[in-house]
Design a protein around this ligand. Structure first.
Ligand code: ADP
Length: 482
């Protein structure tokens, strides 16, 4: 709204005296209703309005549409009238539409004729605000990286007090505590004291000395698992006068250590396991030679079948090793074809019987149904279950196989009355390389059950067992029919 205004000389002089000394601040003078009576030249220069644009008007156009909708101008005038002043930081819209962050303060003043005016002083804080926003953005950015990093990150000062830590750090090194800031790094978890020279390295970095900023620590997690971390320290480049701080990143290397250990184990196992049947074959070949020279065909036949047995054994070891590396990298191949499940079981029982004629394998139940699966791989599972039942039976000479085809699946169980497995070792039986303590003296790689479970899983089935030490074991696998 525009209104023609007439101001007397005294008032104009009064305004001029207010405007004259203000160069940095932009000033608007309004009447008690908020209509502009005068505007300083710094205001018009800064925000590109002319006096005519403002004088005699209610300056709502200085507010953004959002602020206008919230009636910011009206509320400001109301506040000044009732409380004598009002202040706020908001955007001021320039005549060319550009927004500038300003800090504004409006006060109610009175001249000697008791006439009241509102003096509004506006100062641009655009640069501060822009800087503040970009600082906030970059701090949010750093904060979110810090938070989502899987590596454990911690910032400590020269007295080892934790200044900041991410979620990964807390959950690994100080679980079940919300706040770690303010604690001493070496008091929250003894693992840090075991890290070679960590204390010294922090001291060296914060006092300006050189150090090798890498190290390693090992931690035993609450579940008993060994976890390894590589630590990397770096000095945070702050202003010279501020306290020196060090960022420590702990990168987990457990998987690398385990892979190295597995590789070493594998080489160890393989050479140990291959040596036995080979040595046996060398011996049998020499004895076979003697039997031929002595023209003793019965003995020669015996040595020949022993050599055959060892060739079989070598074959199994080599394919287990080969399959285990394939299964480990998710490349175990399954070729499904339809066949009668029970035929596959019978084939396996016959093969194992031939290899172990002294044992009786008793089959109960039926599964004369057709399934779509990898027959060769399922024979491998059956052979493994059956040969384990025999291998770990010791005195007992009987093994039971039971088949059961029920709604949607076929279940096979292989039971023995052998050595059994201790309860605390049951959860690990299908793990790669696992061998129960009691059976360490028996030949084996600890791969057969792992492979069996991988094969059954690849068919969408399940493996499990019941076992009691000294009483025997029952191993199961199920295959879905669909
Ligand atoms: P391997 O027999 O070559 O060691 P497996 O993966 O077939 O490897 O078996 C893993 C371990 O599980 C064996 O070393 C043994 O300790 C235990 N185990 C398997 N089957 C039986 C069983 N029927 N009775 C007792 N222990 C068994």
């Amino acid at each position: 709204m525009t209104r023609k205004i007439q101001l007397d000389t005294d008032t104009l002089l009064f305004f001029a005296s207010i405007f004259s000394n203000a160069h940095e601040n932009c000033i608007l003078i309004m009447n008690e209703e908020g209509m502009v009576l005068g505007v300083s030249s710094s205001f018009t220069a800064y925000f590109h309005y002319t006096e005519d644009d403002l004088v005699g008007k209610f300056p709502r156009m200085l507010f953004t549409p959002e602020d206008q909708q919230q009636k910011k101008f009206e509320r400001e005038i109301e506040n000044v009238r009732t409380q004598g002043f009002s202040s706020d930081d908001n955007y001021l819209v320039n005549k060319n539409g550009v927004y500038t962050w300003v800090s504004g303060e409006a006060v109610l003043v009175e001249n000697n004729r008791k006439e009241k005016f509102i003096v509004k002083i506006v100062q641009s804080i655009h640069e501060q605000k822009t800087l503040e926003t970009s600082l906030r953005n970059s701090s949010n950015f750093v904060e979110s990286i810090f938070k989502c990093m899987r590596d454990a990150l911690v910032v400590v000062n020269g007295s080892f007090t934790i200044q900041k830590a991410n979620t990964a750090f807390r959950s690994i090194f100080w679980p079940s505590h919300q706040q770690v800031e303010g604690e001493n790094l070496f008091e929250i978890n003894p693992v840090f004291s075991t890290a070679s020279g960590l204390r010294q390295k922090i001291q060296d970095l914060t006092t300006g000395n050189d150090c090798i900023p890498d190290g390693e620590i090992e931690l035993v997690a609450p579940d008993g698992k060994r976890r390894n971390f590589k630590s990397t320290l770096s000095l945070i480049e702050d202003e010279p006068a501020t306290e020196k701080r060090v960022l420590i990143a702990f990168h987990e290397t457990t998987a690398e250590r385990e892979a190295n250990e597995q590789r070493d184990d594998l080489i160890g196992f393989a050479s140990h396991e291959l040596r036995n049947p080979l040595a046996n074959m060398v011996l049998c070949t020499e004895l076979l030679q003697d039997s031929i020279e002595e023209n003793n065909p019965e003995e020669a036949q015996d040595y020949l079948s022993r050599i055959k047995f060892n060739i079989n054994r070598l074959n199994t070891i080599i394919s287990e090793l080969h399959d285990a590396t394939k299964a480990g990298s998710g490349h175990l191949q399954i070729e499904k074809k339809p066949f009668i499940f029970e035929d596959m079981v019978n084939e396996s029982i016959e093969t194992v019987k031939l290899l172990h004629p002294a044992y009786t394998i008793i089959k109960t139940g039926h599964a004369t149904i057709q399934i779509n699966a990898d027959r060769y791989r399922l024979v491998q599972v059956m052979n493994n279950y059956l040969s384990n039942a025999i291998k770990y039976s010791f005195e007992s000479r009987k093994v039971w196989v039971h088949l059961q085809a029920e709604a949607g699946q076929v279940i096979t169980e292989v039971r023995d009355e052998g050595t059994g497995i201790a309860e605390d070792q049951l959860p690990f039986i299908f793990t790669r390389y696992f061998r129960a303590a009691k059976t360490m003296n028996v030949e084996g790689l600890g791969l057969g059950l792992y492979l069996s479970s991988e094969i059954i899983k690849a068919h969408g089935g399940r493996v499990w067992l019941n076992s009691k030490e000294g009483e025997g074991s029952t191993f199961y696998f199920s295959i879905p029919l669909a």
